[in-house]
Design a protein around this ligand. Structure first.
Ligand SMILES: *[C@@H]1O[C@H](CO)[C@@H](O)[C@H](O)[C@H]1NC(C)=O
Length: 370
């Protein structure tokens, strides 16, 4: 009942929206006084919106004409999802993955949520982010850990604070995998200078001090288990860490270390206001595997959140040698930043050798005025 009415309302709204859009683009065309060129003048964004609305209508009409067998969950759209499609900013690409979204929104309200982090990650990586909200209780570990670490490099991480829906079911297993979970190994990072590609944090602070600059607030993109934020915390600097949970509890561990985990994929606009950060570091998760156009948008988003005088640190960025000269150096150059450090080196592991890859570590400074 409620579902049918909701559907009717949605159809009505969609039609009203179509009419308003048509009116808008008709008037803007009329203002241009070239009615004979109406077709090519439709701006792309309007065209896309119209397309979206049209396909939504088709989709909904189709749903209405197929008899709703309410005992089959996959043929009916959960009503709270319809609600969200109206006034919540769920990404438009959610629409392209109806099966995944259906599964995600198929839960019993007011009870415990299904354990479906994999599904959420799959949707987020396909651009369906932010995810719609749900009215269920997310699962928590059944036992409270007896103690929680207060130091960002704890001697051990409590197994009981994680819901182990991963291949590993305890931290000892993860520690052996060289993924950033061994705190002894982590505590040696960012403090030593083994090659020109390294930028120990002491040196970073020295650079800032010498130019009478200050580093208080930063963002680490592709942060893994948050070790950069951890070392910065020891210097009283707040660093937020973006990370996904691909196969391991990265977000949980960042939080366990008392740091700020941001569960956002690389393609998402940073949930941070313009011109407020002193530092953005990109880990080697930012590399040649990201399509160049997407990388360009990422760099400009870094620029957006940095304040004048702020630092952009590309840490062990890797690409093919030829592309570094032909593609990435010009791309970075377009930002117009001051090069404080620019070091390149051969990536000597097996994949690096096979593909002629090189590393770049660069510290760049955003000019105060453009
Ligand atoms: C960080 O802050 C604490 C408390 O204010 C202070 O004792 C400590 O010296 C500071 N550490 C650094 C590296 O500045």
């Amino acid at each position: 009942m409620g579902f049918g009415m909701g559907l009717n309302l949605l159809l009505l709204l969609a039609m009203v929206a179509t009419n308003i859009l048509s009116l808008y683009h008709l008037t803007s065309s009329l203002q241009n006084k070239q009615p004979q060129q109406l077709q090519p003048q439709i701006p792309d964004h309007l065209h896309n919106q119209l397309q979206t609305i049209r396909s939504t209508i088709t989709h909904l009409t189709h749903l209405r004409s197929t008899p709703t067998t309410s005992n089959n969950p996959t043929t009916s759209i959960p009503s709270d999802l319809l609600l969200y499609s109206h006034f919540s900013p769920i990404a438009s690409s959610c629409r392209n993955h109806p099966q995944l979204l259906h599964t995600y929104m198929n839960y019993t309200p007011y009870t415990i949520c299904p354990l479906d982090t994999d599904l959420a990650e799959a949707l987020i990586l396909r651009g369906c982010h932010p995810l719609p909200r749900r009215r269920c209780f997310s699962q928590t570990p059944s036992k409270l850990p007896s103690t929680l670490p207060t130091h960002p490099f704890p001697t051990s991480l409590p197994d009981t604070s994680i819901i182990w829906s991963y291949t590993c079911t305890h931290f000892e297993c993860l520690e052996k995998k060289n993924l950033g979970f061994d705190m002894k190994v982590e505590s040696t990072k960012f403090t030593t200078f083994k090659s020109d590609l390294d930028l120990p944090v002491q040196q970073l602070f020295q650079i800032a001090k010498e130019s009478r600059n200050v580093i208080r607030l930063g963002l680490d993109v592709g942060a893994g288990t948050g070790t950069f934020a951890a070392i910065m915390k020891l210097y009283n600097v707040t660093v937020m860490s973006t990370t996904m949970n691909l196969g391991a509890p990265y977000n949980e561990v960042i939080a366990l270390r008392g740091l700020v985990p941001l569960h956002v994929p690389l393609q998402q606009r940073f949930p941070i206001f313009d011109g407020v950060l002193d530092l953005v570091r990109c880990s080697h998760a930012v590399n040649r595997w990201i399509p160049v156009k997407a990388m360009e948008f990422l760099f400009y988003d870094v620029d957006r959140v940095l304040r004048g005088g702020g630092y952009f640190w590309l840490d062990h960025f890797f690409s093919k040698g030829v592309d570094l000269d032909k593609v990435y150096t010009p791309l970075i150059g377009k930002l117009g930043y001051k090069k404080i450090k620019w070091a390149t080196g051969i990536k000597s592991d097996s994949s690096g050798g096979k593909n002629g890859e090189v590393y770049l570590t660069a510290l760049l400074q955003k000019p105060a005025v453009k």
